[in-house]
Design a protein around this ligand. Sequence first.
Ligand code: PPE
Length: 307
Amino acid sequence: MPIQPVDKIWMDGKLVDWEDATVHVLTHALHYGTGVFEGIRAYETPKGPGVFRLTDHMKRLFRSAQVYMIDIPFSLEEMVQGAKDTVRASGLNACYVRPIVYRGYGEMGLNPLNAPINVAIGVWPWGTYLGDDCLENGARLIISSWRRPDPNVLPTGAKATGQYINSGLAKVEAIKGGYDDALMLSPEGTMAEGSGENLFIIRDTTLITPPESAGILMGVTRHSVIKIANDLGYEVLERKFVRSDIYTADEAFLTGTAAEVTPIREVDDRPIGSGSRGPVTKEIQQTYFSAVKGGLEQYADWVELVD
Ligand code: PPE
């Protein structure tokens, strides 16, 4: 996904020119993956750009940092304000927002504790994650031969930069095989999540999604979709399930900030349900898109206006 530059990036508390937002090649995080980050979207709303669940994303950033003993040198409020300032400075009505806290330049070796901590927030335009066709007709997925790590190998609930080489292996396997993306299993072999998305399956009027103990990232979109589905009258179960459960589901979809609500039309060359976007998925997807764009009063709290 090529990056389209904007004017400014927020670095350690102030907005700097895009081309000046650089780091040294001996930055600790570049060598050891010692960073935590977030992925957030701002959408165009009738009241200007609104950042979807900005505070909840920033809270997760602080939780990820807590796991890795990274002391973020800004408050939650300052991070929230920094994101809004960066969106405003871009002049974009809708964009992706990427806060990152990382161990910077000055120390080498595996002990990260003496390396400085730097913070940046970048924004850029980001269209549909898996392409417009996937959003409408569904994605074709494989179940990767690469699994999610045991939470005692890597803390899957923390969104750390280094952990994403695991997702990258699965993504490459999918792309090289001609698929859109990969689903991954937990160490014990139950379904976990996508390379960068959470997973839901639907049977009749019940949605089922893997629980935290399956080694997933607790997605903000996942949480939003559970609320929306409940409000629409569907039952939602957080329960472990196996790969054949998705083959035989009536419908399935992925959720994520980047992926939004993406229907799944095929897994391991087996069509899911009708082999296209199902009616329940469509209803949830449409409600989600209305909510993020500030069109639904009941979810207005989720939209944090830039101005
Ligand atoms: N699981 C993983 C592993 C994950 O990376 C994401 C977000 C999710 C679930 C969904 O979380 P949430 O965005 O809070 O609903 N993945 C981000 C990174 C995507 C990227 O390619 O970079 C995202 O969607 O922004």
